[in-house]
Ligand binder design. Structure first.
Ligand code: DAH
Length: 324
């Protein structure tokens, strides 16, 4: 009778096609009121001898059925397993996140800083909101002097302040606090109250340079600036100085640069620091001499990256910015 029970159970397990019918088979034989469970329960009514043989057999069959059930369960799971409608393929290549990068002006500023630092210059800074005094007076441009017209100035209403028109005021600020010998560059933002065009914007960037010592000469200036452009453009350059006027230098120059196969480009103003500037910051004028210069950072970037309109640099058009 036990053997028949076993055959029946095995046949039904074989027929079960899904987990539900398999569960039914389990209940049918091994559940609380299952056929085999009842047999096991009735063992206690048998004689000791019979109980021993029947008990052993019944338990063995129970184990066998459990095993077969278990295996069938895995088999159904393996074959019936369906991929969920949405699923994650952990081996698929990722979607790249858009990544920001430095603005071309920042790139150029860092290159400039690196080159001058390699020649012993320190990077100094000053405020963009400046006083009349540092922007003009200390640079040998007294009030009512016609040279003030060279810089169209944004004045801050009702305050005795302005937006600096150049980085030159940092020359005076730095010399007031430091004694020669000194070598600094001052990169920074400047402002001019004027109409914009392809080469002028209301906001732009300069790098001021200043080197002062007991015998710093115009020849030193030429050497330093030639070396700078050589490194900046990675090519041999020629430098040409033309006389020009800036109130804070004497003599003053306009500096032109020529790369191989290219035209002369006017690129910066420079000169030997005016004795009046030394006097204003408290240096004994006869003890020191030095050169100063101011380069347009935007212009350097435009030449380097062949951008023909300065205004493009700050319209933040991603089609342009993504090229750097
Ligand atoms: N500050 C001048 C400007 O904005 C540029 C300049 C010219 C700076 C001559 C200098 C210099 O230091 O020596 O037009």
């Amino acid at each position: 009778m036990l053997k028949q029970l076993k055959q029946k159970a095995i046949a039904e397990i074989k027929q079960a096609g899904d987990l539900n019918s398999l569960e039914k088979v389990f209940r049918q034989y091994l559940g609380r009121k299952g056929e085999l469970t009842q047999v096991l329960r009735s063992l206690k009514d048998l004689s000791a001898k019979e109980r021993a043989t029947q008990g052993k057999l019944a338990n063995q069959i129970k184990k066998e059925i459990e095993n077969i059930l278990e295996q069938k369960k895995y088999k159904i799971r393996d074959t019936k397993y369906e991929l969920p409608k949405e699923w994650l393929d952990v081996t698929a290549p990722g979607v790249p996140m858009p990544q920001g990068h430095l603005h071309p002006i920042t790139l150029v500023q860092r290159q400039v800083e690196e080159i001058f630092q390699s020649m012993g210059f320190t990077v100094a800074n000053g405020p963009e909101v400046e006083t009349d005094y540092y922007n003009f007076d200390a640079l040998n441009v007294p009030k009512n002097h016609p040279a003030r017209d060279l810089w169209d100035t944004f004045w801050l209403k009702d305050l005795d302040l302005l937006l600096r028109t150049h980085t030159s005021p940092v020359q005076a600020r730095y010399m007031e606090k430091n004694n020669p010998p000194l070598r600094i560059i001052v990169p920074g933002r400047c402002y001019r109250h004027e109409a914009t065009d392809a080469s002028h914007d209301v906001i732009f960037h300069q790098v001021e340079g200043l080197m002062v010592g007991s015998d710093v000469s115009a020849a030193n200036f030429k050497g330093v600036i030639e070396e700078f452009f050589k490194q900046f453009y990675h090519t041999d350059v020629k430098i040409r100085l033309r006389p020009s006027y800036f109130p804070f230098v004497e003599p003053g120059f306009e500096v032109d640069v020529k790369r191989k196969g290219k035209n002369w480009l006017e690129i910066m103003g420079a000169g030997m620091v005016h004795p009046n500037v030394f006097k204003t910051v408290g240096y004994k004028a006869n003890n020191y001499q030095g050169f100063a210069f101011g380069i347009g950072l935007d212009r350097l970037a435009m030449i380097k990256y062949q951008i023909d309109d300065i205004r493009l640099l700050f319209t933040n058009d991603l089609r342009l910015l993504k090229q750097f």
